[in-house]
Design a protein around this ligand. Sequence first.
Ligand SMILES: [Zn+2]
Length: 149
Amino acid sequence: MSSFGRTVDKVRVEVTAKASGKYESGQSGQASKTKTILSKCAPELYSELSKLVKQEIWEIFDCAEPNALACLLDKNADQDIKLANVYFEFARREYEAKPVCKNCALWLEGKLMSGYKIRKEFLPKEVQKEVDLNNNNEFPSLAEAMGKK
Ligand SMILES: [Zn+2]
């Protein structure tokens, strides 16, 4: 395709969300469907994501990451998947792995090779303490991700 790379929001991005042995891939450009599912399956997270100010030209819910999460929760609604256990892996633009965009960096933390997870600030309040015990401080802070070092 000759126009590849000119309009980032039209480039297909795939992300796999994994938890409890289940995985689903997501695609960018599915904001409407993603919002419908997340508002139902993860209302607290949906509310927090809705408050974020976008750092890219595209919207927060346009990314493959929230779509992958929505698909994972939707297709495994009977599995009680915990948001703290969800990992996001192998975001791909064509065949090249890429780190999360500035929008996703607001609510995801991690590294390209090891995968990303949801920042504890965005997890349900009752699991935040539990997650703190496993925090190894290797991820950039939310302030750093937002460029406010
Ligand atoms: Zn993104």
